[in-house]
Design a protein around this ligand. Structure first.
Ligand SMILES: [Zn+2]
Length: 259
């Protein structure tokens, strides 16, 4: 179906992005057919044994999965000193340590991976509309740049999440968005009736990644909408709190740099 995405299992329990595989990044994002993903809470890992087996097949060590208490902000936490577990409150998680899997949990929100394939640095971000208003995807890029990454060598990917087709919002969302991005918010929205807009979180975050220095042609987005595909994903909008998807990535063993 979509060349930007590769599904694994029958029915598919996980997916990977060939563009990230080509750069050596270990990663996977689960589908609704992956059992064993619990709510992320301290201190117990939300990755139960059934899900752990699926992550392990992608070269991700489930015992070391590091995650955040996600709070819909733009706060950054480092995971380097951890052997797995909760890194604290925040929505951007960063590491320079090989084989340490970082995870974000979503159901409609965007899971964004930003990867420096040259010098092996990695950040994952959890971004919904609040995180978009607060600039979480730009914060992920800036955190990597502060580590020494050159933004033009970064690669970013947006995993399946709610698309502009299905994300209708009202003034409590639009007003803070317009206040934060006065010159840009209209490009990310389409009027959908009195006091209603269709919001394109993909475009908003692609724009923020570019504004932070990531080249547009190094942003991968298979544009697969979680609300359009209840056969594959969980959607908070469509079904409420039924379940979660986990997107997990880890740097390969140090020194496997690719161009
Ligand atoms: Zn949709």
């Amino acid at each position: 179906m979509n060349a930007a995405i590769k599904f694994h299992g029958e029915p598919p329990t996980s997916l990977t992005l060939p563009a990230l595989e080509a750069l050596g990044l270990r990663h996977a994002s689960t589908t609704r057919h992956c059992p064993g993903i619990a709510h992320p809470s301290e201190p117990v890992s939300p990755v139960r044994p059934e899900a752990a087996a699926i992550l392990a097949r992608h070269g991700l060590n489930p015992a070391r999965v590091t995650f955040l208490r996600q709070v819909h902000g733009a706060g950054v936490q480092r995971a380097d000193s951890l052997q797995g577990g909760c890194a604290g409150a925040g929505d951007v998680l960063l590491t320079t340590k090989p084989k340490l899997p970082l995870a974000v949990f979503t159901a409609d929100c965007l899971a964004i991976v930003v990867f420096d394939p040259v010098e092996q640095r990695l950040a994952l971000a959890h971004v919904g509309w609040r995180g978009t208003v607060r600039g979480a995807s730009g914060a992920a890029v800036r955190a990597l740049v502060e580590e020494g990454a050159r933004p033009e060598q970064l690669m970013a990917a947006i995993f399946p999440s709610i698309g502009p087709c299905c994300y209708e919002v009202d003034p409590p969302v639009i007003e803070p968005l317009a206040a934060a991005f006065r010159d840009r918010w209209e490009a990310w929205t389409r009027p959908a009736g009195p006091g209603r807009w269709q919001l394109d979180l993909w475009a908003a975050n692609e724009s923020q990644l570019c504004a932070a220095g990531v080249p547009a042609d190094r942003i991968v987005n298979p544009r697969l909408c979680t609300a359009c595909r209840p056969d594959l994903f969980f959607s908070y909008r469509k079904e409420g709190s039924r379940g979660r998807l986990v997107t997990c990535a880890a740097l390969p063993i140090g020194g496997e740099a690719s161009p």
